[in-house]
Design a protein. Structure first.
Length: 177
């Protein structure tokens, strides 16, 4: 079985509305453009992997079970298009390799899902996501939803694409991939 490229997707502010420390399924709101954008990526042959920092677990604000319930509901609403979810429950100062901008989640996904870095992308709404892309040798796109509008000026690395939302980012990725 050969490897395929993937799009690594930040969760909060990219696929779904940013809710500070989302812990309840009833607070989940998937953006209107998310389904169509994911469908286009899937049709183009990309693996779809969510990589998300979830320090609310480490802070004791919600449990892993709460987060998994949200992911199950996302799977229902998004017709199970996401291939897998990777998360880091650690606090920002824990020094964890899996926490973005560390690349542990991406490395695990590539190994477990047989994904190739070549031709793969990272899409997110924070400079942290762009830094993760650079660290993992991925192409990068920043969306201006979520925290994206606050992070339009990237201090260290500039994303290849800056888009209004995931839908626009996907259109531009597909035009150049």
């Amino acid at each position: 079985m050969s490897s395929r490229p993937a799009v690594f997707l930040d969760r909060d502010g990219t696929l779904i509305k940013e809710v500070n420390f989302l812990s309840r399924v009833e607070d989940l709101e998937i953006f209107d453009f998310t389904f169509n954008a994911l469908e286009k990526l899937k049709s183009a042959g990309f693996g779809l992997i969510v990589v998300t920092n979830q320090s609310g677990i480490g802070r004791g604000l919600y449990t892993e079970a709460d987060m998994h319930a949200i992911h199950r509901e996302m799977d229902v609403q998004l017709d199970r298009m996401i291939d897998s979810y990777y998360f880091c429950p650690h606090l920002p100062d824990d020094g964890c390799h899996c926490r973005k901008p560390g690349i542990g989640m991406i490395e695990s996904a590539c190994l477990e899902q047989r994904l190739s870095i070549e031709g793969s992308w990272m899409i997110g709404d924070k400079d942290l996501d762009v830094k993760t892309a650079f660290a993992a040798n991925l192409r990068s796109a920043m969306v201006l939803t979520g925290y994206g509008s606050e992070h339009q000026v990237i201090l260290k690395d500039d994303p290849e694409i800056i888009a209004e939302d995931l839908g626009e980012a996907v259109e531009r990725i597909l035009a150049i991939s």
